[in-house]
Design a protein around this ligand. Structure first.
Ligand code: SF4
Length: 310
């Protein structure tokens, strides 16, 4: 998306107006890893590398994240998993609140100082072109989304949304990457650097509630401690990671029936992970804001192997 969009800004002579945003999911994103002595960047770092590779100056790339007031009055990162734990329900197809809460609202809020300043200078609502890399191939909801539409209009700002690579197929994206000047995230490969696209088929939260079962099995194998923390939220709240199965059962299923070779295992043993764990467990001690939306079939018999042994 950055490549296609930046070409368009060059033709229009407005490259200097571009600001790129990465709404970081913190510890939930794929982290940087070292494999066979080579370091592979994590998602936030890649977003910054991609921006700069296509001509956005470093000071025009902004990383934002959701925060909440900390004990000493300063703001501290507020993880999506903590929000899920506090809310009591995982996001679902019909209510993908994670996308809004952890991504779109955070970026939109980051525009406010710029909007306030520019509205004063211009004497009219500020026009913002919000450009995203969503593609039709990524799911039915994305297929339905228009490539261009106005998503917000008030006295301060008019926001138009543009999806310049909406009709790019997944095959076209992979082909483009063969000669791209920036790497794609290591998690797409069977092992970092393999170049075989045999890893996870998506890359944002390592464990995404909209991911396929294979992706979730692979991600759980790559980040077992993080998967266990999601499962802890499931067990405490009684809601399921997916409407049709529980992550708790999937982890059990992987132990009995096997799972794709993770290729690499992230230790998740740093202070950020410990902080996430503490935040999530503190949220679980409070009453949930919503009643759970239980798995439809209990998620127990993921395959005949599991069913036979239980
Ligand atoms: S990656 Fe999945 S779980 Fe994470 S914010 Fe996006 S849609 Fe929600």
């Amino acid at each position: 998306m950055m490549a296609v969009f930046m070409e368009a800004t060059q033709r229009a002579g407005v490259t200097d107006r571009v600001v790129s945003y990465h709404s970081s999911l913190g510890v939930l994103e794929w982290p940087a890893v070292v494999f066979d002595g080579v370091r592979y960047p994590g998602v936030s770092e890649l977003a910054a590398l991609q921006s700069s590779a296509f001509g956005v100056p470093a000071d025009q790339h902004v990383e934002v994240t959701r925060t909440l007031p900390g004990p000493d009055g300063t703001r501290m990162p507020h993880s999506l998993l903590t929000e899920i734990a506090a809310y009591g329900r995982f996001p679902r197809m019909g209510s993908p609140y994670c996308r809004k809460a952890a991504k779109e609202s955070v970026v939109s809020a980051a525009w406010t100082p710029m909007v306030t300043r520019m509205k004063r200078e211009l004497g009219r609502p500020v026009r913002i072109l919000k450009v995203m890399g969503l593609r039709s191939d990524e799911g039915p909801d994305r297929k339905k989304r228009p490539a261009l539409r106005t998503v917000q209009s008030n006295s301060a700002r008019v926001v138009d949304e543009w999806l310049p690579v909406k009709e790019w197929s997944t095959a076209a994206v992979k082909e483009w990457h063969a000669t791209a000047r920036v790497p794609y995230c290591w998690t797409y490969d069977s092992v970092p650097g393999a170049g075989d696209w045999a890893g996870t088929s998506r890359c944002s939260c390592s464990l995404c509630v909209y991911a396929s079962r294979r992706d979730t099995l692979l991600s759980s194998g790559r980040r077992p401690r993080l998967a266990d923390l999601y499962a802890e939220v499931e067990q405490a709240r009684g809601d399921s990671f997916r409407a049709d199965w529980r992550l708790t059962d999937l982890i059990r299923h992987a132990k009995i029936c096997g799972a794709p070779d993770p290729g690499i295992i992230c230790p998740d043993d740093g202070p950020e992970f410990a902080e996430l764990q503490a935040q999530v467990r503190a949220a679980l001690k409070l009453e949930a804001r919503k009643l759970p939306d239980l798995a439809r079939d209990g998620g127990r018999a993921l395959c005949s192997g599991c069913a036979a042994q239980h």
